[in-house]
Design a protein around this ligand. Sequence first.
Ligand code: CAA
Length: 240
Amino acid sequence: MSRIALVTGGSRGIGAAISVALSNAGYQVAATYAGNNEAAAAFTEQTGIKTFKWNVADYDECAAGIAKVEAELGPVDILVNNAGITRDAPFHKITKEQWSQVIDTNLTGVFNMTHPIWPGMRERKFGRIITISSINGQKGQFAQVNYAASKAGDLGITKSLAQEGARFGITANAVCPGYIATDMVMAVPEKVRDGIVAQIPTGRLGEPEEIARCVVFLASDDAAFINGSTITANGGQHFV
Ligand code: CAA
């Protein structure tokens, strides 16, 4: 029986590349999405990967959605916490709502998804929690107080889970992508984006597949001794 992977935000951007790469590597994949029905339907049609709709910011929706996935496919062995949003604004302009939306999705969403799945992983003595953080959780970013805080928090969750899960065969690791060619980065004003690319020694944005390959490795048995770590993939823009 192939292992089962659940990828949040798995029908678009980096998440779609992760879903496809895990499927190609032999996993049974379920991809969640929050709102874009058309993109999810097109993704399923193109890839054959099942999609499920719920909001990771809502604990009860996560618990119910995970139960549905497990009823259809079986227990989740690999959880990829990828779903994330931006609400960029300089700190003097940011609203409480922009703060909360990003924290609720990018940080609390990781809790909401991992918490219902964790007991089963402990019982089965195997699990992989792979969380997509960000270069901006490592270095901070102008106009991203909310996003940088959420992504730095994801690293804290990861390092804590790594310690709690180790004796149950569960690893928890993070990937910190730099600027990747997705809708999220394309939404940055072009002039600002050009300035960002100029700061990347590799001289280009990353490709979603370059992040997906990191995830496939962390999910594999070959990565069993890698726990609590962060893979940084940012074209040399920032060293940690
Ligand atoms: N450093 C220093 N100053 C900066 C700056 C920076 N990085 N970016 C903007 N500024 C300055 C501007 O030059 C401007 O200064 P002046 O007022 O003197 O002209 C000021 O800050 C911006 O003021 P505005 O009133 O114009 O700002 P705004 O309310 O219109 O907001 C913005 C614009 C949201 C900051 C926009 O520039 C932006 O989107 N920047 C990109 C932020 C970014 O990198 N987001 C990452 C998105 S991708 C992602 O998050 C994925 C991932 O994980 C990597």
